[in-house]
Structures are given as structure tokens and as C-alpha cells.
Design a binder for this molecule. Structure first.
Ligand code: ATP
Length: 271
């Protein structure tokens, strides 16, 4: 596969926080147009990896290419190609849904003449047209998440990166986010990279997945391939448990604290 057919190519990437190795010699490829899931328990290194791909963290060792472009030497080209929905809230409650998306359109340098159409299109794609002129502070958790997707979509990114897109949402809101992600992907043909703890989400959305544990890549392939390797009856959750030593939440202590943080984030979202 050539560099252009690869949306993301990661080679031998590591990242330390002090003595702690958060990402350890990671290599993976994501083909253009596929939906790729980065799976792993709390603290596996998923967000750190994403932050390096999006140029938010410096790349200290190894190499990354986004559509063949080196983010170290051409960070602006890479940033323009990427739409990023982080775990932290990126919606301003005192602005309307439309104003939130318009703000992102300005941030991303969407040409002035196209802005209002692009904002309308992004809101429509996420089924937020009717609620567009309400303050985002009045939105439900699921609507906030859809508004964040609309923000990330407004510059028509070639690569959409979603960090735990449905954490803290109820099953109905989760399903509605999944539908929109599928629709966005089908309509714009973009590459999607998402992280998730939910194996059902990975099975529903992802063409291929990679499993990380303690900073290292443990396995990658299609969900069906990984399941087959383990046995005829294996589920993706069995695969996950097999490669992470049985834990869906990582190190118990760390998982506890991080779960609280994640629940707080969700509560803020909903509140
Ligand atoms: N800014 C930081 N300073 C110090 N340590 C950090 C920092 N960010 C992350 N870490 C540590 O690096 C490791 C990987 O964290 P990371 O957030 O990448 O994991 P994750 O797989 O995204 O987890 P989660 O699913 O909980 O978001 C963890 O042990 C975490 O505590």
C-alpha cells in the first residue's frame, strides 16, 4: 500500500511521562476510508497516541505520517486534514448549537462564502437543524455529543478522530451517535479513527481494530479475524480479556480514579 492510500502510518512511536512509558514502540497502519478502532483498558495509551497523531503532543521517537504527510515538519497541513472530538467537553453552553459550529468553521478557516452552508450541512447531518438555535446548555448528553461531531465535521476532514465518542451515554443516545458516524463516513468517505471501551461499539462500527495494553500493541486485525484466532465461539470481549489479562478497566486503582474522572466529565456534559 502506498503512503497516499494510508490515512495513518505509525512506526516505532513511544512516549514517556517522566519514568512512565505511556506508549511503547507502537506501529500500526490505517487504510484510507476505513473505520479503525483503538481499543484498550483505562491507561492503555490510546489518548496519548491520538494526541501525537493530532500534533497536540510532540513526537519524540518513531515516525508518523498522515496521508503521507509528516506532522513534525508540516503540522498545519496535518491539522487541516483532521477533525478531532476529544473526551473533554468542547461545546460552549452559552452559545447556540449553530453558533458553536460556526465558531469551529471560523477556527478551521472555512472560506467565508461557504461557512453558513457548511454549518447548515453539518447540523443537518447530525439531525440538529431543529435545535440549532437553542442554547447548547439546554441539550441532552447525546445532543451535545452530536454537536461535537458537527463541529468536527464542518471543515470536511479527511480523517475524523473520536476519543470515546459515546462514553457516559445511554444505549439510545449511543445508538444514535453510531448511526450518525456511519452516515458521515458513508457520505463523505472519510477515514475514522475512534477509541472505545465498548466492544459492541467496535463490532458495530469498525472495519479493523487494534488492541493496546500498557502502551503496547497486543493484536490488530478485523474483529472477525481476532475472534477466529481465539476460537469458534469467541467474542470480541473474549479477545479483549485475553490480551489484557482479563481486565476491561485496566489497573484497578488507576481505573477507579479514572472512572470517577470520566463519570464527572459525563456529569458535566449532562449538567
Ligand atoms: N499528562 C500526563 N502526565 C502524566 N501521565 C500521563 C499524562 N497523560 C497520560 N498519562 C498516563 O499515561 C498512561 C496512558 O494514558 P492515556 O490517557 O493515553 O490512556 P487511555 O488508553 O487513553 O486511557 P482512558 O481510556 O482512560 O482514556 C496512563 O498511565 C496515564 O496515567
Amino acid at each position: 500500500m502506498t503512503d497516499q492510500q494510508l490515512a495513518v502510518s505509525v512506526r516505532g512511536v513511544s512516549h514517556r511521562f517522566g519514568d512512565h512509558v505511556a506508549v511503547d514502540d507502537l506501529s500500526l497502519d490505517i487504510a484510507a476510508g476505513e473505520t479503525f478502532g483503538l481499543l484498550g483498558p483505562n491507561g492503555a495509551g490510546k489518548t496519548t497516541t491520538i494526541r501525537m497523531l493530532t500534533t497536540l503532543l510532540p513526537l519524540r521517537s518513531g515516525s508518523v505520517r498522515i496521508f503521507g504527510v509528516d506532522p513534525v515538519t508540516r503540522p498545519m497541513v496535518v491539522r487541516r486534514a483532521i477533525g478531532y472530538v476529544p473526551q473533554q467537553l468542547s461545546v460552549e453552553g452559552a452559545l447556540t448549537g449553530r453558533e458553536n459550529v460556526a465558531w469551529f468553521a471560523r477556527l478551521f478557516d472555512v472560506p467565508r462564502k461557504q461557512r453558513s452552508q457548511r454549518v447548515d450541512d453539518a447540523l443537518a447531518m447530525l439531525d440538529l437543524t431543529e435545535a440549532a438555535d437553542r442554547l447548547a446548555g439546554t441539550y441532552s448528553g447525546g445532543m451535545v455529543r452530536r454537536l461535537e461531531l458537527a463541529q468536527a465535521l464542518v471543515n470536511r476532514p479527511a480523517l475524523l478522530i473520536l476519543d470515546e465518542p459515546t462514553v457516559g451515554l445511554d444505549p439510545v443516545a449511543r445508538d444514535s451517535v453510531w448511526q450518525r458516524v456511519r452516515r458521515m463516513q458513508a457520505e463523505y468517505g472519510m477515514t475514522v479513527l475512534l477509541t472505545t471501551h465498548y466492544m459492541e461499539e467496535a463490532e458495530q462500527l469498525c472495519h479493523r481494530v487494534a488492541l493496546m495494553h500498557r502502551g503496547r500493541l497486543q493484536a490488530d486485525g478485523t474483529p472477525a479475524e481476532l475472534q477466529r484466532q481465539l476460537g469458534p465461539e469467541a467474542t470480541l470481549e473474549d479477545v479483549f480479556r485475553h490480551h489484557t489479562g482479563g481486565s476491561l478497566t485496566g489497573d484497578e486503582q488507576e481505573g477507579g480514579l479514572r472512572d470517577v474522572r470520566s463519570a464527572r466529565r459525563t456529569a458535566r456534559r449532562l449538567g
